[in-house]
Ligand binder design. Structure first.
Ligand SMILES: C[S@@+](CC[C@H](N)C(=O)[O-])C[C@H]1O[C@@H](n2cnc3c(N)ncnc32)[C@H](O)[C@@H]1O
Length: 188
Protein backbone atom coordinates (compact mmCIF):
# COMPACT_ATOMS: atom_id res chain seq x y z
CA UNK A 1 0.00 0.00 0.00
CA UNK A 2 1.32 3.43 -0.94
CA UNK A 3 -0.24 6.31 0.99
CA UNK A 4 0.17 9.76 -0.59
CA UNK A 5 0.91 7.99 -3.86
CA UNK A 6 0.81 11.22 -5.95
CA UNK A 7 0.78 10.16 -9.61
CA UNK A 8 0.93 6.47 -8.63
CA UNK A 9 4.24 5.79 -10.34
CA UNK A 10 5.61 3.60 -7.53
CA UNK A 11 2.46 1.46 -7.40
CA UNK A 12 2.26 1.13 -11.17
CA UNK A 13 5.91 0.12 -11.57
CA UNK A 14 5.78 -2.34 -8.66
CA UNK A 15 2.58 -3.90 -10.00
CA UNK A 16 4.10 -4.30 -13.47
CA UNK A 17 7.24 -5.93 -12.00
CA UNK A 18 5.37 -8.21 -9.56
CA UNK A 19 2.18 -9.40 -11.27
CA UNK A 20 1.37 -11.86 -8.45
CA UNK A 21 1.11 -9.15 -5.81
CA UNK A 22 -1.61 -6.56 -5.27
CA UNK A 23 -0.62 -2.89 -4.99
CA UNK A 24 -2.93 -0.16 -3.71
CA UNK A 25 -2.17 3.52 -4.20
CA UNK A 26 -4.03 6.03 -2.06
CA UNK A 27 -4.04 9.80 -2.25
CA UNK A 28 -6.16 12.63 -0.93
CA UNK A 29 -6.30 14.03 -4.45
CA UNK A 30 -7.52 11.97 -7.42
CA UNK A 31 -6.42 14.43 -10.11
CA UNK A 32 -2.92 13.03 -10.60
CA UNK A 33 -4.26 9.46 -10.57
CA UNK A 34 -6.47 9.69 -13.66
CA UNK A 35 -3.74 8.85 -16.19
CA UNK A 36 -2.24 5.94 -14.29
CA UNK A 37 -5.66 4.50 -13.41
CA UNK A 38 -6.59 4.44 -17.11
CA UNK A 39 -3.27 2.77 -17.95
CA UNK A 40 -3.89 -0.13 -15.56
CA UNK A 41 -6.96 -1.21 -17.58
CA UNK A 42 -4.97 -1.77 -20.78
CA UNK A 43 -3.98 -5.19 -21.99
CA UNK A 44 -0.94 -6.21 -19.85
CA UNK A 45 1.09 -6.46 -23.08
CA UNK A 46 0.44 -2.76 -23.60
CA UNK A 47 1.13 -1.50 -20.11
CA UNK A 48 -1.91 -2.77 -18.21
CA UNK A 49 -1.65 -3.81 -14.55
CA UNK A 50 -4.78 -5.48 -13.18
CA UNK A 51 -3.02 -5.89 -9.83
CA UNK A 52 -2.87 -2.11 -9.24
CA UNK A 53 -5.75 -0.25 -7.62
CA UNK A 54 -5.95 3.46 -6.92
CA UNK A 55 -8.30 5.14 -4.55
CA UNK A 56 -8.95 8.61 -3.28
CA UNK A 57 -8.85 8.81 0.49
CA UNK A 58 -7.18 10.85 3.18
CA UNK A 59 -4.90 9.06 5.59
CA UNK A 60 -7.12 10.44 8.36
CA UNK A 61 -10.09 8.43 7.05
CA UNK A 62 -8.85 5.25 5.42
CA UNK A 63 -11.78 2.95 4.51
CA UNK A 64 -12.39 0.00 6.84
CA UNK A 65 -12.18 -2.36 3.86
CA UNK A 66 -8.41 -1.81 4.04
CA UNK A 67 -8.13 -3.09 7.61
CA UNK A 68 -5.26 -5.53 8.16
CA UNK A 69 -4.54 -6.26 4.53
CA UNK A 70 -1.11 -4.70 3.96
CA UNK A 71 2.19 -6.58 4.10
CA UNK A 72 3.96 -3.27 3.40
CA UNK A 73 2.91 0.36 3.69
CA UNK A 74 4.96 3.03 1.93
CA UNK A 75 4.72 6.75 2.52
CA UNK A 76 7.14 8.48 0.19
CA UNK A 77 7.83 12.21 0.34
CA UNK A 78 4.61 13.19 2.11
CA UNK A 79 3.63 16.83 2.31
CA UNK A 80 0.97 18.87 4.08
CA UNK A 81 -1.21 17.07 6.61
CA UNK A 82 0.33 13.68 5.77
CA UNK A 83 3.84 14.96 6.55
CA UNK A 84 2.62 16.63 9.74
CA UNK A 85 0.79 13.50 10.88
CA UNK A 86 3.81 11.26 10.42
CA UNK A 87 6.44 13.60 11.89
CA UNK A 88 4.73 15.60 14.66
CA UNK A 89 3.24 12.91 14.98
CA UNK A 90 -0.57 12.51 15.11
CA UNK A 91 -1.27 9.31 17.03
CA UNK A 92 -4.74 8.87 15.51
CA UNK A 93 -3.15 8.79 12.05
CA UNK A 94 -0.41 6.42 13.21
CA UNK A 95 -3.16 4.12 14.50
CA UNK A 96 -4.92 4.35 11.13
CA UNK A 97 -1.69 3.33 9.39
CA UNK A 98 -1.32 0.46 11.87
CA UNK A 99 -4.96 -0.54 11.26
CA UNK A 100 -4.34 -1.30 7.57
CA UNK A 101 -1.26 -3.41 8.40
CA UNK A 102 -1.12 -7.13 8.96
CA UNK A 103 0.88 -8.14 12.00
CA UNK A 104 4.64 -7.84 11.23
CA UNK A 105 3.96 -5.63 8.20
CA UNK A 106 6.66 -3.10 7.37
CA UNK A 107 5.99 0.62 7.15
CA UNK A 108 8.50 2.70 5.20
CA UNK A 109 8.41 6.46 5.59
CA UNK A 110 10.71 8.55 3.38
CA UNK A 111 10.86 12.31 3.85
CA UNK A 112 12.79 15.05 2.20
CA UNK A 113 13.12 18.26 4.11
CA UNK A 114 15.18 21.24 3.13
CA UNK A 115 15.35 23.40 6.27
CA UNK A 116 15.71 26.65 4.32
CA UNK A 117 13.54 26.04 1.22
CA UNK A 118 10.79 24.31 3.21
CA UNK A 119 10.84 26.68 6.19
CA UNK A 120 7.49 28.26 5.26
CA UNK A 121 5.73 24.91 4.78
CA UNK A 122 7.20 23.54 8.03
CA UNK A 123 5.90 26.56 9.89
CA UNK A 124 2.49 26.28 8.20
CA UNK A 125 2.03 22.67 9.34
CA UNK A 126 3.40 23.45 12.80
CA UNK A 127 6.56 21.42 12.52
CA UNK A 128 9.71 23.11 13.76
CA UNK A 129 13.13 21.97 12.67
CA UNK A 130 13.60 18.23 12.34
CA UNK A 131 16.82 17.37 14.11
CA UNK A 132 18.86 14.16 13.78
CA UNK A 133 17.46 13.06 17.13
CA UNK A 134 13.82 13.58 16.06
CA UNK A 135 13.17 9.86 15.56
CA UNK A 136 14.49 8.78 18.93
CA UNK A 137 13.32 11.83 20.92
CA UNK A 138 9.93 12.53 19.33
CA UNK A 139 8.72 9.59 17.20
CA UNK A 140 9.84 6.40 18.85
CA UNK A 141 7.32 6.29 21.72
CA UNK A 142 4.17 7.49 19.89
CA UNK A 143 4.86 5.05 17.05
CA UNK A 144 5.20 2.28 19.62
CA UNK A 145 1.93 3.26 21.31
CA UNK A 146 0.25 2.96 17.89
CA UNK A 147 1.67 -0.56 17.44
CA UNK A 148 4.58 0.39 15.20
CA UNK A 149 8.08 -0.46 16.30
CA UNK A 150 10.73 1.71 14.63
CA UNK A 151 13.47 -0.78 13.75
CA UNK A 152 15.67 1.31 11.46
CA UNK A 153 16.16 4.93 10.48
CA UNK A 154 18.77 7.01 8.76
CA UNK A 155 19.75 9.26 5.90
CA UNK A 156 19.48 7.92 2.36
CA UNK A 157 22.43 8.90 0.15
CA UNK A 158 21.50 10.77 -3.08
CA UNK A 159 22.57 7.89 -5.34
CA UNK A 160 19.82 5.76 -3.75
CA UNK A 161 16.99 8.29 -4.31
CA UNK A 162 16.09 7.11 -7.85
CA UNK A 163 15.74 3.51 -6.62
CA UNK A 164 12.60 4.61 -4.75
CA UNK A 165 10.82 4.67 -8.14
CA UNK A 166 8.63 7.64 -7.31
CA UNK A 167 8.15 10.80 -9.34
CA UNK A 168 9.10 12.99 -6.41
CA UNK A 169 12.38 11.09 -5.96
CA UNK A 170 13.13 11.64 -9.65
CA UNK A 171 12.52 15.39 -9.25
CA UNK A 172 14.84 15.82 -6.30
CA UNK A 173 18.10 17.50 -7.07
CA UNK A 174 21.23 16.72 -5.16
CA UNK A 175 21.42 19.58 -2.75
CA UNK A 176 23.63 20.25 0.19
CA UNK A 177 20.68 21.25 2.31
CA UNK A 178 18.13 18.60 1.31
CA UNK A 179 18.19 15.45 3.43
CA UNK A 180 16.28 12.35 2.50
CA UNK A 181 15.54 10.43 5.67
CA UNK A 182 13.91 7.07 6.03
CA UNK A 183 12.21 5.23 8.83
CA UNK A 184 11.29 1.57 8.81
CA UNK A 185 8.74 0.45 11.38
CA UNK A 186 7.25 -2.97 11.99
CA UNK A 187 3.66 -3.57 13.04
CA UNK A 188 3.21 -5.64 16.17
C1 LIG B 1 5.11 15.30 -2.65
S1 LIG B 1 3.76 14.27 -3.08
C2 LIG B 1 4.57 12.68 -3.15
C3 LIG B 1 3.92 11.76 -4.14
C4 LIG B 1 4.59 10.39 -4.32
N1 LIG B 1 4.60 9.62 -3.09
C5 LIG B 1 5.99 10.54 -4.86
O1 LIG B 1 6.95 10.21 -4.14
O2 LIG B 1 6.14 10.98 -6.02
C6 LIG B 1 2.83 14.16 -1.56
C7 LIG B 1 1.43 13.55 -1.74
O3 LIG B 1 0.82 13.41 -0.46
C8 LIG B 1 -0.58 13.58 -0.65
N2 LIG B 1 -1.21 13.90 0.65
C9 LIG B 1 -1.03 15.02 1.39
N3 LIG B 1 -1.79 14.95 2.50
C10 LIG B 1 -2.46 13.77 2.45
C11 LIG B 1 -3.40 13.14 3.32
N4 LIG B 1 -3.80 13.72 4.44
N5 LIG B 1 -3.86 11.91 2.99
C12 LIG B 1 -3.46 11.31 1.83
N6 LIG B 1 -2.59 11.87 0.96
C13 LIG B 1 -2.09 13.09 1.27
C14 LIG B 1 -0.66 14.73 -1.65
O4 LIG B 1 -1.93 14.79 -2.29
C15 LIG B 1 0.50 14.39 -2.60
O5 LIG B 1 0.06 13.64 -3.71
Amino acid sequence: MDIGTGDGRFVYQMARSNPDKLYIGIDASSEALVKVSEKTFRNPKHGGAKNAIFLQARVESLPEELNQIADEVHIHFPWGSLLAAMLKPDEAVLSAVRRVCKRDALVELVTSIDPSRDAGELQRIGLGSVEDTHVTDVLFEPYKRAGLNITEHGIMPPDKWPSLCTSWAAKLKTSGTRHVRYIIAQAF
